[in-house]
Design a protein around this ligand. Structure first.
Ligand SMILES: Nc1ncnc2c1ncn2[C@@H]1O[C@H](COP(=O)(O)OP(=O)(O)OP(=O)(O)O)[C@@H](O)[C@H]1O
Ligand SMILES: Nc1ccn([C@@H]2O[C@H](COP(=O)(O)O)[C@@H](O)[C@H]2O)c(=O)n1
Length: 226
């Protein structure tokens, strides 16, 4: 008898749409594993900077991506996962705006994406996986039974990021954040390698004006888990 594949819920969408937040809440409620695929691109860029590999050195970046020495360590009481790169805790560094921007520069290279593909697929473990990214439904898990494309207006995403950074005690400028979000959207949507777009069979959820619990409810309903 053939075994049915481990279920996957993919959550793709642009930066600041709430993918990470919803993915964490959903994975916790279902007791499933979680893949933060953006972290792998952020870590590739960070490791490249640390190893002195320039972003136009494609073979160098592929080497860095293929040999990433990373561990994701859950914290007690369901706090944020700690990210350990080559033995060093880089949890805060990997979440900065510049780490996200650098990630989107290395993510345009198809060979870098190829080097990270199997590592992402290895997260598919029983009882299930919730996977957050840009190409989870289109490339990494094309057979996922539930695909969500979570979006929101660029203005609202910039506002959310503004509040997040302000709450973290950082000095930020809303217009600069909006420009950065638009530039990242443009790079992610218009690259030739796995561009950001909804899979043909994705359900699109626009979270503009919706609270986090409301969005979670819609995602769970779409996944048949309500
Ligand atoms: N529906 C919502 N309403 C208000 N704030 C939200 C909502 N969803 C997420 N947020 C807040 O917006 C910020 C960005 O959310 P999150 O990190 O989940 O986005 P993301 O799509 O994973 O972004 P990225 O791709 O850049 O990692 C966080 O501070 C989060 O708490
Ligand atoms: N599946 C993915 C995930 C991410 N990227 C690129 O990484 C950047 C950072 O992602 P975050 O989700 O952590 O903000 C993102 O802007 C993409 O360029 C990707 O290409 N594919």
């Amino acid at each position: 008898m053939t075994q049915s594949p481990v279920p996957v819920i993919t959550i793709d969408g642009p930066s600041g749409a709430g993918k990470g937040t919803v993915t964490q809440m959903l994975a916790r409620r279902l007791g499933w594993h979680l893949l933060d695929s953006g972290a792998l691109y952020r870590l590739t860029a960070l490791a490249a900077v640390r190893q002195g590999v320039p972003f136009d050195d494609e073979p160098g970046l592929v080497r860095v991506a293929a040999s990433l020495d990373v561990r994701f360590e859950p914290t007690p009481a369901g706090g944020p996962v700690r990210v350990i790169l080559a033995g060093e805790d880089v949890t805060a560094e990997v979440r900065t705006e510049s780490a996200g921007d650098n990630a989107s520069k290395v993510a345009v290279i198809q060979a870098v994406r190829d080097a990270l593909l199997q590592r992402q697929r290895d997260f598919r473990q029983a009882p299930g996986l919730v996977a957050d990214g840009r190409d989870m439904g289109t490339v990494v898990f094309p057979d996922a039974p539930t695909k969500i494309f979570l979006t929101a207006s660029a203005e609202e995403r910039a506002q959310r990021r503004y509040r997040q950074l302000k709450d973290a005690g950082l000095s930020v400028n809303i217009d600069a954040l909006l420009d950065e979000i638009r530039a990242r959207d443009d790079r992610d949507m218009n690259r030739s390698a796995a561009p950001l777009k909804p899979a043909d069979d994705a359900q699109v959820i626009d979270s503009t004006g919706l609270g986090i619990e409301e969005v979670l409810g819609k995602v769970m309903a779409a996944a048949g888990q309500a």
